[in-house]
Design a protein around this ligand. Structure first.
Ligand SMILES: Cc1cc2nc3c(=O)[nH]c(=O)nc-3n(C[C@H](O)[C@H](O)[C@H](O)COP(=O)(O)O)c2cc1C
Length: 173
């Protein structure tokens, strides 16, 4: 098993966020799951979507203690596939046969990887993550965010990637 699992959600696999995450993963062993390649439908109060890819993926995620959430900033928020994934975590808080599994999120370490076109990660974006981790009882391991106003520039962003990889490696799994 890798050191961490990353849930990656961007409208393009090899765009800014994808390249930044790949650069981080060059220095720490991360299993990258592209949420765009999964069939995960939006939250359903009636849970008629239990047969889609979400539950097996979530069981896989729960095998890890370090979970990386990677999304570009789209309108101050996460990308749509990441939002759907987050909404579906509710299945693991609601459904009687999944609740015990969902509780295993507690104490795990969550990391955020993001790109935008500003130097600072937007407050609503990071704020929503922090509240979410708090609600789920997860530890916040840190955020790696780079300004991709000029696209992903390997020479400019590799220090951030390298430092973040070291941060993931150094924290208890
Ligand atoms: C639909 C959309 C909405 C965006 N909204 C924001 C935003 O609110 N704040 C920001 O700084 N950048 C915004 N951007 C710019 C992206 O965050 C930035 O280009 C990012 O690096 C794209 O990553 P990607 O190549 O993985 O999609 C937006 C881009 C798109 C396509």
């Amino acid at each position: 098993m890798a050191d961490a699992i990353a849930l990656f959600a961007s409208s393009r696999r090899n765009g800014n966020t994808g390249q930044f995450l790949d650069r981080i993963a060059a220095e720490v062993d991360i299993e990258i799951v592209d949420l765009g390649s999964k069939q995960i439908s939006q939250y359903d109060y009636e849970h008629r979507n239990r047969g889609d890819d979400f539950e097996p993926l979530m069981h896989r995620v729960l095998m890890y203690d370090r979970i990386v959430l990677a999304s570009p900033v789209y309108w101050y928020a996460v990308s749509p596939p990441m939002k759907v994934f987050l909404d579906r975590i509710s299945d693991f808080l609601d459904l009687p046969d999944l609740v015990d599994h969902g509780r295993r999120l507690r104490g795990k370490t969550a990391y955020v990887v993001a790109t935008s076109i500003y130097d600072e990660v937007p407050k609503p974006f990071i704020g929503a993550w922090l509240e979410t981790f708090d609600y789920l009882g997860m530890r916040f391991g840190g955020v790696a965010h780079v300004n991709c106003r000029d696209g992903y520039v390997p020479s400019k962003h590799e220090i951030s990637a390298s430092e973040f990889a070291a941060q993931i490696r150094s924290q208890p799994g």
